[in-house]
Design a protein around this ligand. Structure first.
Ligand SMILES: [Zn+2]
Length: 86
């Protein structure tokens, strides 16, 4: 009688462990690993031509002005001074 009770308790413990294991496997398979690899390739910088002389400049480092709602980027102060929007 005691042995049957022990077997029952052991069985329930094993069943619980088994289901916990299955749950962990399912979660591990469905969730992405923490801090996993990310495809964070830097986006290529789109260069813009200077509207005066045609030199390609990086917008972040160029002299910028907004002309009729469009941002234009100049290679130098000289080009910005010469720029006449049409
Ligand atoms: Zn220029």
């Amino acid at each position: 009688m005691v042995r049957a009770l022990l077997i029952l308790v052991l069985f329930s413990v094993f069943a619980r462990l088994f289901w916990r294991f299955i749950d962990g496997v399912v979660r591990g398979a469905s969730m992405p690993p923490p801090g996993g690899r990310r495809n964070s390739a830097p986006s290529p910088v789109k260069m813009q031509p200077c509207p005066v002389c045609g030199t390609y400049v990086v917008p972040g480092r160029a002299i910028s002005a907004v002309s009729s709602g469009v941002a234009v980027h100049f290679c130098s102060e000289k080009c910005r001074g010469e720029y006449a929007p049409r």
